[in-house]
Design a protein around this ligand. Structure first.
Ligand code: TEU
Ligand code: CA
Length: 552
């Protein structure tokens, strides 16, 4: 086991959805000055703050906001709703001053249809940038070029009547796909990357990378029976092309000039080979990939155990895992994992998993408070995807409501009218209150983040699954990297069931100490015996054990 070499391997990353974090000017929309006001909450250098090491900002670029910023109209600027480039520079400065790195979102697959590139491209068939996007003629009798379906519903082809051709969009029709076969597109985009790196950003979260590149002979996707909409076809030709890897290798080479920079990819769970394919050989594509399989897993010890065991092996040497349970595209995990059980207790247990598993944890704003999916009326919805499938799918807006800071009007998020309603539970569930309460979820996150800093085993240690009876408990060991040190190994035991359990670990003999239990949020000085121990319903414990225990 080699010691960690990069800041992001031991970092805890916090995702900010700029629309919903903090409004500073009363227009009801979060903004950069608002984020700056709240940086101390994230890390003020003391144990009174959360203690995160990096923020990932969902897109801040100028945008018509049809997809809330994932439709970029200009890559080298800041949307006026959020502030100015000057505000952004101040954010980077103020973050760095607190030891917080800044990760930008970067959307490579598409732009907004309002982007000047697309405006030019659609101006005529012979436009200079025509082939920066994908165009195709219709088939006879007004039929589309092929059967490809867009991720957000309907066909991937939109008719452009002035130029009498179709253009391709894998998401909304307001998000035309860029043609990555075109070297000019690559040059332009790598210019964008340099622009932000030269401004001091510490990395990128790369959006929807498995969509880069298309089979531009436009073959039909094979039909897949029994399912509806997007999943009714195998996306063989409109995604997951070898081209994507080529593009990411170029990006990795470019980022090599900025040795501290981190590249984190978001790919669909069902991309061939899984998202791990985008680590390349471990050193030539991305540093980290989101893996949503745990996020999508039911709340079952054996499912988690299997996925974890498989994952750790599949990442090539040089690549590094991520742990993520919530984000701006998913329903919040407190409701997802909490379904059919004790949601609050499971949320505490999930916090333990997030911060003790091997890999860089990503936490989504409000997760640390236990913010829930907010019930919204149709007329309150803003996201076209959420509206389209409402009420059959929960969609994304319920997980994007304003951060709940305190019990004042609109939870302290805005003095105006919030762009999405503030959840009605904010008077009882907010950061101010939880800060004062030692047994709150927020206090638990703070303590777990501190434990990660104290015990190298939690950031650097190898992961070892420990087989147990009963099978509805998950037990694993994080092994301290150099056995000659006095730093302990960390054992984590999680009871996924709603009943108390007694766990027996036969090959553990030495006595440890419980550093934290989700029941109290605190540890205990009493000696703890691994051979046989007790877990309360939905309880997770973090235990320090003398290293070298249980035969390496
Ligand atoms: O999401 C890509 C993605 O895989 C989505 O299809 C996701 O499954 C969807 O949001 C359903 O929950 C990224 C961004 O994270 C998302 O917010 C954007 O809307 C999308 O790309 C297009 O840029
Ligand atoms: Ca604002």
């Amino acid at each position: 086991m080699v010691a960690l070499t990069s800041w992001w391997q031991s970092a805890v990353v916090y995702q900010i959805y700029p629309w919903s974090f903090q409004d500073s000017n009363g227009d009801g929309i979060g903004d950069i000055p608002g984020i700056i006001e709240r940086l101390d909450y994230l890390n003020d250098g003391t144990a009174a703050s959360l203690g995160v090491d990096a923020i990932w900002l969902s897109p801040l670029y100028p945008s018509p906001m049809v997809d809330f910023g994932y439709d970029v109209a200009e890559f080298c600027d800041i949307d006026p709703r959020f502030g100015t480039l000057g505000d952004f520079d101040r954010l980077v400065q103020e973050s760095h001053r607190r030891g917080i790195r800044v990760i930008m979102d970067l959307v490579l697959n598409h732009t907004s249809d309002r982007h000047p590139w697309f405006q030019e491209a659609r101006s005529s068939r012979s436009a200079a940038k025509r082939d920066w996007y994908y165009w195709a003629d219709g088939k006879a009798f007004g039929r589309r070029p092929n059967n490809w379906n867009a991720r957000f519903g309907g066909s991937s082809w939109a008719w452009d009547s002035p130029s009498r051709q179709y253009y391709l969009h894998s998401f909304l029709k307001e998000q035309p796909d860029l043609n990555w076969h075109n070297p000019a597109v690559r040059r332009a985009m790598w210019g964008v990357v340099r622009f932000w790196l030269d401004r001091g950003v510490d990395g990128f979260r790369l959006d929807a990378i498995n969509w880069l590149g298309k089979d531009s002979r436009w073959p039909n996707n094979p039909f897949r029976p029994g399912l509806r909409g997007y999943t009714r076809q195998t996306h063989r030709y409109d995604r997951d092309q070898p081209m994507g890897h080529e593009v990411l290798r170029e990006l990795r080479t470019l980022s090599g000039n900025y040795p501290e920079v981190v590249l984190i990819g978001e790919a669909s769970a069902d991309t061939p080979g899984g998202p791990v394919a985008f680590y390349g050989n471990g050193t030539d594509e991305l540093h980290m990939l989101f893996d949503f399989r745990l996020l999508k897993s039911p709340w079952q010890a054996d499912r988690f155990g299997q996925l974890l065991a498989a994952d750790q092996q599949r990442i090539p040497e040089g690549g590094w895992p991520t742990i993520v349970f919530s984000n701006h595209d998913q329903s919040r995990h407190i409701d997802r994992y909490g379904k059919g059980g004790h949601a609050e207790r499971r949320a505490r247990t999930t916090a333990v998993l997030l911060l003790t598993l091997r890999g860089t944890p990503f936490l989504y704003y409000g997760e640390e408070l236990g913010m829930k999916n907010t019930r919204l009326r149709y007329r309150d919805l803003r996201d076209p995807y959420t509206k389209r499938f409402w009420p059959f799918r929960i969609g994304r807006d319920p997980a994007r409501t304003p951060m709940q800071w305190d019990e004042s009007v609109h939870a302290g998020f805005t003095r105006g009218t919030p762009w999405l309603p503030v959840a009605s539970n904010y008077r009882d569930l907010n950061a101010a209150q939880e800060s004062q309460n030692h047994s709150s979820l927020l206090s638990l996150y703070r303590r777990l983040i501190r434990l990660r800093k104290v015990y190298p085993a939690l950031s650097e240690g190898a992961y070892r699954h420990i087989t147990t009876a009963p099978s509805d408990c998950l037990v694993f060991l994080r092994q301290q990297p150099s056995p000659s040190d006095t730093d302990p190994d960390i054992l984590v035991a999680v009871n996924f069931s709603a009943d108390a359990r007694t766990v027996t670990l036969s090959d553990f003999t030495k006595v440890g100490t419980v550093q934290l239990s989700t029941l109290t949020g605190a540890g205990s000085a009493r000696p703890w015996h691994p051979a046989q121990f007790h877990l309360e319903p939905d309880e997770a414990i973090v235990v320090a054990l003398p290293n070298g225990e249980a035969g390496r």
